[in-house]
Design a protein around this ligand. Structure first.
Ligand SMILES: [Zn+2]
Length: 104
């Protein structure tokens, strides 16, 4: 899908519509399977309970219950709108599915 590089939309910091640059948002990194946070996250998701580490958390990387990688050919977009006036960035509220996003 082709997207414009610049758009005119509302900025909550400037409290008015301003020129904003559209770019794809890059998250910090992948979640580690061996971190303490990953176990806490698994607990919240209803996993990682019971006796022992269930072969998931320890010296070996996590074994995924779902092996459906590549089931979908498109990914949801995460766009970032950077205000040209104040320089602050706002993330896209709701992503849409697209195979490829091009900025023209
Ligand atoms: Zn602004």
């Amino acid at each position: 899908m082709k997207m414009p590089k610049v758009t005119h939309r509302y900025c909550p910091w400037c409290n008015k519509a301003t020129e904003q640059k559209i770019e794809s948002y890059k998250s910090g990194g992948k979640r580690g399977s061996l971190t303490h946070g990953s176990i806490a996250r698994a607990r919240k998701r209803g996993q990682g309970r019971g006796v022992g580490n269930r072969g998931k958390w320890g010296s070996k990387p996590a074994i995924s219950k779902f092996k459906r990688t590549g089931a979908k050919s498109s990914k949801k977009t995460t766009l970032q709108y950077v205000c040209k006036v104040c320089g602050k960035a706002l993330q896209q509220y709701k992503g849409f599915r697209a195979k490829k996003v091009e900025f023209i």
